[in-house]
Write a protein of this length. Sequence first.
Length: 82
Amino acid sequence: MRDIEAATGENLGSDRVGKKGKGKKKKFPNLSDLKQSANTSRCRLEKKVFNKSAMRRVAQVMAKADRRKHDKFSNQFNYSLN
């Protein structure tokens, strides 16, 4: 990884590898952490995908594509309704 960084001149994050540490001891190891159960990959993706601004961006791009298709085929009846 470091040789690729040296060749390209970009920082790919190899300096962070291996500096994780031991971590903190749990107070009550037999209890399940409710915050951790809510932090699933599905939940994290839902936060990003169903974000208001993300939905707005997607809707804007789709509307632009529809408008472009309508402008192209508006004079042909078969395509004007789709």
